[in-house]
Design a protein around this ligand. Structure first.
Ligand code: ADP
Ligand code: MG
Length: 734
């Protein structure tokens, strides 16, 4: 096709129904159609797919699109098929196809019907496929998610390494377009080198997401902070990311018991549950998804209003990707991460035992996360600098959208110190990474320092007059200002830039902000939790007595035993927290929504009166309901008993003994949720036996199992009594 005659807008409208190109899409497409190798760096949602889809549709031959995930390929194929009469216009070629299907795909390609062929890298390598591709007309290769090539990307895939060799085998001169949303200079260089496209035309969009608010909070009382935030943002969609599946389950339930509409999502859940939870989130039946990073790829919910990292991610790329899921519609997007250095140490431990290279990369990436968390400069500036982008922290888009900029720390003049820093970098021949440079300034030594005999130089320890952490903070800020940079080839080694050399020649003013110091946080956290624990025994004895009286009265009226109303630990907690609203009552230990509604009113009234009469100052702080560890499988247990699964099966699924399962059920019942296990009871006790035990509980002073077993002289087992008590409490108390 003659480039001049090409009317891309018409084609855009025809195939996709869009009136305008987004960002640099049009230029990218021209570049590719002109036969240039083309490299596209655009943030997620930037519209990268269209830059190869449209040219593929317009070109002669078939475009081979390499993509790492089958799910992503299927999505794209479906949407392309949606715009054409002919299903053969796009295909996926992978090992899951049977022989007939594979033949079909190949014949569609031979007949020129197929314009886009999606393949996983491992399918591309197959000999028979290589032979086949050599025999057909190709328009170009597209390598989507191209950062998978780089060990420095957050998603390295060894299969991507061989792509260049295969492409050369199949069609040496066919143009390549590589696309990624990862933009660190290191990854960028890796991609171009590995794909042999150093002469590519590069298009790099800005990675600035001006509507996102970035915030780091010390990881203190994180549960409370989460509940508070979710409550303040009720009805808005949010994602909470955790590093482990276990944490995901724990946090999801912690939010649930505190009245927040949340569901878990991780790869350990079965596909059906995952799909259901995802749907619930998309349809806004649920506000909050608590997830591992398994959640998000391909999720296109435009109005996620916040993303919270319960744990720091492994790299700033991951951080950027994950926070990037907030505010895609351009509206509010609050990104909060909870930072504690000990989490970084945990992540470091995961790296131990990996190949050295991987470990080094992993550690370097973690150090960037630490720097970001601890910095006091504009977070947006820091983040964008990491992606090789300049940001004007005064006038740039979104300049005041982070915690540091909103609450600035004082700056102090450090021009002289910067000069010292730069001098030391120069004097050590620009061969050290940040750590060694700082060591040299602080007069500390390690193997590298002594090997280079730096500890014998007269500048060694020249910076000891400065407080701890000063030099690292200074180094980072001098880097963001562009006076020094990390070498790409030998990642991490610090080099002077031209700007840095100028500064040495004629030193100027340089204002520095001290880093945040989150070091003492752990102790603080311990102190707080100790205080909370200590409090539990310090309940109001007088109120407790009155509540017990009230319980007796209510029990008589309702004709149920007192323990069926509220258990003692619940009354104790009430005597500690003084709940005077239904919401507060729900937060009392062992009190669920059902129980609060059923019995709460009278107790609330009584507590209110007590508080007034005695001039009590209530703890006005948010009270967090802790999830009894015992009921961690709550949702699962309720579902399975609803479906009448044998208890032995449920226990086995969760690797519990039946006794442990019953304990968990009791915890669920005690908080006011019904569980129906009559189907199981019917199979072990006849009607008379059931009645007998039921009657016993109705009359009993206490619900203690031992007493019941004794009462019946060992006629029933512990387990049988327990099951009957579960039934009894479900029916009578809840
Ligand atoms: P990326 O791969 O860069 O993350 P996608 O290719 O998935 O982004 O595109 C993101 C969204 O933008 C898609 O919903 C797509 O339909 C839409 N989009 C792409 N180009 C345009 C355009 N020119 N006009 C309007 N919407 C577009
Ligand atoms: Mg994409």
């Amino acid at each position: 096709m003659n480039m001049n005659e090409m009317n891309l807008h018409k084609e855009l409208k025809k195939y996709f129904g869009f009136d305008k190109f987004k960002g640099e899409q049009e230029k990218v497409i021209y570049s590719l159609l002109s036969g240039n190798d083309t490299f596209v760096l655009m943030p997620t949602g930037g519209g990268k797919s269209l830059t190869y889809q449209l040219p593929a549709l317009m070109s002669e031959g078939v475009a081979i699109i390499v993509s790492p995930l089958i799910a992503l390929m299927k999505n794209q194929v479906d949407s392309i098929r949606g715009i054409s009469e002919n299903k053969g216009i796009a295909h996926v070629l992978n090992s899951s196809l049977n022989k007939g299907e594979t033949e079909r795909v190949k014949s569609d390609i031979k007949n020129g019907v197929t314009k886009l062929l999606y393949v996983a890298p491992e399918s591309l390598t197959k000999d028979e496929n290589v032979e086949f591709f050599r025999s057909v007309k190709l328009s170009f290769f597209a390598i989507d998610e191209a950062h998978c090539i780089s060990e420095w990307g957050h998603d390295f895939r060894p299969e991507y390494r061989n792509l260049r060799a295969i492409i050369s085998k199949i069609g040496g001169n066919t143009p390549i377009i590589a696309l990624t949303a990862t933009a660190t200079p290191k990854v960028q260089e890796d991609i171009q080198k590995t794909l042999g496209m150093n002469n590519a035309t590069v298009f790099k969009a800005s990675f600035n997401r001006a509507n996102l608010f970035y915030e780091i909070r010390p990881k203190v009382n994180v549960n409370k902070e989460l509940i508070k935030f979710a409550k303040q943002n009720e009805g808005k969609s949010g994602i909470v990311y955790c590093l482990s599946r276990k944490k995901v389950e724990e946090i999801a339930q912690m939010l649930q018991v505190n009245g927040i509409n949340a569901l878990p999502y991780h790869a350990g859940l079965d596909a059906k549950t995952r799909a259901k939870h995802q749907d619930n989130f998309l349809m806004e039946d649920v506000d909050v998804i608590v997830a591992t990073i398994a959640f998000g790829m391909g999720i296109d919910k435009p109005d996620v209003r916040y993303v919270i990292h319960h744990d720091m991610p492994k790299s700033l790329e991951s951080y950027y990707q994950e926070t990037g899921r907030a505010g895609r519609d351009g509206g509010e997007g609050h990104c909060i991460s909870f930072y504690a250095y000990k989490d970084i140490e945990k992540l470091e431990k995961f790296l131990v035992g990996k190949p050295i290279a991987e470990m080094e990369v992993g550690n370097a990436l973690l150090q960037e996360v630490v720097s970001y968390a601890e910095t006091s400069i504009s977070r947006r500036k820091f983040l964008l600098h990491y992606f090789g982008e300049e940001f004007d922290e005064v006038n740039g888009d979104g300049a005041d959208m982070d915690d540091n900029t909103r609450n600035p720390k004082p700056k102090s003049e450090a021009g002289k110190d910067v000069k010292i820093l730069l001098d030391v970098i120069k004097a050590t021949n620009q061969k050290f990474k940040a750590k060694e440079i700082v060591f040299a300034l602080e007069g500390k030594t390690n193997a590298l320092i002594s090997t280079h005999k730096t500890d014998q130089k007269d500048f060694f320890g020249i910076g000891t007059h400065k407080p701890d952490k000063f030099w690292m903070a200074a180094l980072r800020q001098v880097m963001v200002a562009g006076l020094i940079k990390k070498d790409i080839e030998t990642y991490g080694v610090v080099k002077l830039t031209e700007k840095g050399e100028d500064f040495i020649a004629s030193p100027k003013s340089f204002m520095i902000i001290e880093d945040h110091n989150y070091d003492n946080i752990e102790e603080e956290e311990k102190a707080i939790s100790a205080a909370q624990k200590g409090g539990a025994t310090g309940f109001d004895k007088q109120l407790f007595k009155e509540l017990k009286e009230l319980r007796k009265k209510v029990a008589k009226q309702k004709e149920v035993p007192p323990f069926a109303i509220f258990q003692d630990p619940s009354l104790e907690d009430m005597a500690l927290q003084y709940p005077i609203t239904l919401d507060e009552m729900k937060n009392i230990f062992g009190v669920g929504e059902g129980k609060a509604k059923k019995y709460g009113k009278k107790f609330i009234d009584s507590i209110s009166k007590y508080v007034d009469d005695n001039n009590i100052t209530r703890p006005d702080d948010l009270v967090i309901k802790t999830l009894a560890n015992k009921s961690t499988n709550k949702v699962y247990i309720i579902q399975k008993t609803d479906q009448k699964f044998p208890l032995t099966d449920i226990a086995k699924d969760k690797s519990l003994s039946v006794e442990e399962l019953l304990l968990q059920m009791e915890a669920i019942i005690n908080s006011g949720t019904k569980i129906n296990i009559n189907y199981e009871i019917d199979s072990i006790l006849d009607e008379d036996q059931q009645d007998e035990i039921y009657e016993y509980f109705m009359e009993a002073e206490t619900d203690a199992i031992e007493n019941a077993v004794e009462e019946f002289d060992g006629e029933y087992t512990d387990e049988e009594i327990r099951m009957m008590r579960i039934r009894f409490m479900s029916e009578v108390a809840n």
